[in-house]
Design a protein around this ligand. Structure first.
Ligand code: SF4
Ligand code: SF4
Length: 310
């Protein structure tokens, strides 16, 4: 089983539309029709929206623990305030003799629990979101929703990937395609660790080139082989040329250049892939070519490894 992750240095580069197009191609090919999908953008999942689930199972996601003070036990000594490095403990508004924990500020370090002479503080496990297993017209997708203000996005991405892997193993999926989160933070690290290939969607703008460099260094750090696709490559030719040059200097291949094509946003707005509504659009033709090139590259690399190890 192979795992591909599709990434971009920021949101809005067309990453999800590319993922949805690949999902359609996979579901229409007997060798890949049993592919499993992951939407690893747990702050704003949208691959699942484009693939339109027909049914969904919802599961609670429980993250870390936060401190809670039992005001009836608290003697107001202030020892907890002294040890809290996150300034999360204040006098209670309802009972000024007792203390109260601001759970947004609390880091869950538990120092206050050990400092309290009255045994008034306990750590309470927090539900931080949901994860879902949904059936779509392209196959099964695992996705999630992190509650606002929670910061366990990396852990939730790891959980969703683990569930997808278990499903893929149980059901003989040949491939897991991960729609990665934007940026380069914790959830991106969780999304790309251990994958077989990273496909970076880059836009030819100064900001896009900057984001591309950041995401390449993240993938390099995890030793994930990667290739680049330039999206809207014709809107700023000089920018596309800069990406090609940067890629060549870093021995990275640009495996495709998708032209600006209204067919992509138009199909996404209607909850469809470009192949369902505009199969002959220039972008659709390039996406087919990119998918074929990507699968070829990964299978050639596998043959190379086989040769080296025999
Ligand atoms: S658990 Fe740590 S961060 Fe939270 S209130 Fe206690 S000392 Fe402060
Ligand atoms: S250490 Fe315990 S008793 Fe003292 S103020 Fe904090 S919660 Fe209250």
């Amino acid at each position: 089983m192979k795992q591909f992750v599709i990434l971009s240095g920021k949101g809005g580069t067309g990453k999800t539309s590319v993922c949805a197009a690949f999902a359609w191609l996979c579901s229409n090919n007997i060798a890949t029709e049993n592919t499993t999908y992951v939407d690893a953008d747990v702050d704003a999942a949208n691959l699942s929206l484009v693939l339109q689930p027909t049914s969904s199972e919802q599961h609670e996601f429980w993250g870390g623990s936060l401190a809670e003070i039992n005001e009836n036990k608290c003697g107001g000594c202030g020892a907890c305030v002294q040890v809290c490095r996150y300034d999360a403990i204040f006098p209670s508004k309802s009972n000024p003799q007792a203390m109260w924990v601001d759970q947004i500020a609390c880091d869950g370090c538990a120092a206050c629990v050990y400092a309290c002479p009255d045994d008034a503080i306990q750590m309470v496990k927090q539900q931080e979101g949901f994860w879902y297993r949904s059936q779509t017209r392209s196959g099964v997708i695992f996705h999630a929703e992190l509650f606002p203000g929670r910061d366990n996005s990396g852990k939730l991405v790891t959980m969703v990937r683990q569930q997808a892997r278990l499903h893929a193993e149980d059901n003989g999926s040949p491939l897991i395609i991960i729609d990665g989160p934007p940026g380069i933070g914790c959830p991106v690290i969780s999304a790309c660790a251990g994958v077989d290939h990273g496909l970076i969607i880059a836009e030819p703008s100064q900001a896009g080139i900057h984001d591309l460099k950041r995401i390449i260094s993240t993938l390099d750090h995890f030793k994930v082989p990667s290739t680049i696709v330039i999206n809207k490559s014709d809107i700023y030719p000089q920018g596309s040329e800069q990406i090609r040059q940067y890629a060549s200097e870093h021995e990275l291949e640009v495996i495709g250049e998708i032209p600006f094509d209204e067919a992509i946003p138009n199909s996404t707005l209607q909850g469809k892939t470009i192949f369902e509504l505009f199969p002959d659009a220039p972008a659709a033709k390039e996406l087919r070519r990119i998918w074929s090139k990507l699968t070829e590259l990964v299978s050639d690399r596998e043959k190379d490894y086989g040769t080296k190890t025999t």
